[in-house]
Write a protein that binds this ligand. Structure first.
Ligand code: G1P
Length: 288
């Protein structure tokens, strides 16, 4: 079955980026000239997913505005003959259907996903977390929808991380059934390195059956007193089944200050219009 809908939780307060996030949602902070959330929406669109359910909160209106029409701006660009920019602006507002649902209290990622239940309905869907940018030849979420189309089982993207980093992620373990595919039997949220069942970490890409909503309804607050998606995924693994796919691509943790810096440099070096000068600037900074 084709995946048509994606849920993007964007209700967090972005405290790791204060004071920048005092008045601006962290999702609107740009990497070069594009807000981070646009990279995530583009990943969906490149995977054929156009219905985006944004789990939003108070003070996040600028995200919706970003994906809405900017008639005044368009008119201005047209009158000045700036058609390249006009094309860029028009594309942002036409690339996806953004449906906003509001998470009324910050009760965790699991609760945010559950908030999208009515908008998703009874069909499989994708979840993408906005702090993780994944640069890949085939969009990471497309890699997962392909696995889902083949197996009909919920699947999450995983990558191998150093043992000292496992406490930052949901960690899965299970039996490898092919080079990149694991049949998950256990999933734990942010385990201690010493007791972690593996080093396979989930950086925020999921394709899930609607069964997850029933499980989230039953999930009690877990780690940090929040309703954890990971806890419901562990129940899914024990029941209907859960796969983990070692995706191809480079992941940037843009929710972290140095990860953000790395992503900015990496994306500048990939842009033909910026790369030569960016390379010179970075080399000069390293020399001084
Ligand atoms: C969330 C999830 C965690 C996942 C991580 C990826 O944690 O709870 O399972 O591995 O995102 O970024 P957070 O980083 O929001 O604390």
């Amino acid at each position: 079955m084709q995946i048509r809908k994606a849920v993007i939780p964007a209700a967090g307060l972005g405290t790791r980026f204060l004071p920048a996030t005092k008045a601006i949602p962290k999702e609107m902070i740009p990497i070069i000239d594009k807000p981070m959330i646009q990279y995530i929406v583009e990943e969906c669109v490149d995977a054929g997913i156009r219905d985006i359910i944004l789990v939003s909160a108070e003070g996040k209106e600028s995200i919706e505005n970003h994906f809405g029409r900017s008639a005044g701006l368009e008119e201005f660009l047209r009158s000045k003959g700036k058609f390249d920019l006009l094309k860029i602006v028009e594309r942002v507002s036409s690339m996806a259907n953004i449906i906003t649902v509001h998470q009324k209290s910050p009760m965790g990622l699991g609760h945010a996903v559950l908030t999208a239940r009515a908008a998703v309905g009874n069909e499989p869907f994708a979840v993408l977390l906005g702090d993780d940018l994944i640069d890949a030849p085939v969009p990471c979420i497309r890699q997962l929808t392909q696995v889902f189309e083949r197996h009909g089982t919920s699947v999450i993207g995983v990558m191998e991380v150093p043992r000292e980093d496992v406490s930052k992620y949901g960690i899965v373990s299970g039996k490898k059934i092919s080079d990149r595919l694991i049949n998950v039997d256990l999933m734990v949220e942010k385990p201690d390195p010493a007791s972690s069942p593996s080093r396979y970490a989930c950086p925020g890409r999921y394709v899930l059956t609607p069964k997850i909503f029933d499980l989230l309804e039953k999930t009690k607050p877990g780690k940090s007193g929040e309703i954890q998606l990971t806890d419901a995924l562990a129940l899914l693994a024990a029941g209907e089944g859960l796969l983990a796919y070692l995706f191809e691509g480079t992941r940037y943790d843009t929710g972290d200050k140095l990860g953000y810096l790395e992503a900015t440099a990496a994306f500048a070096l990939k842009r033909p219009d910026l790369a030569p000068e960016a390379r010179r600037i970075l080399a000069r900074l390293l020399e001084s």
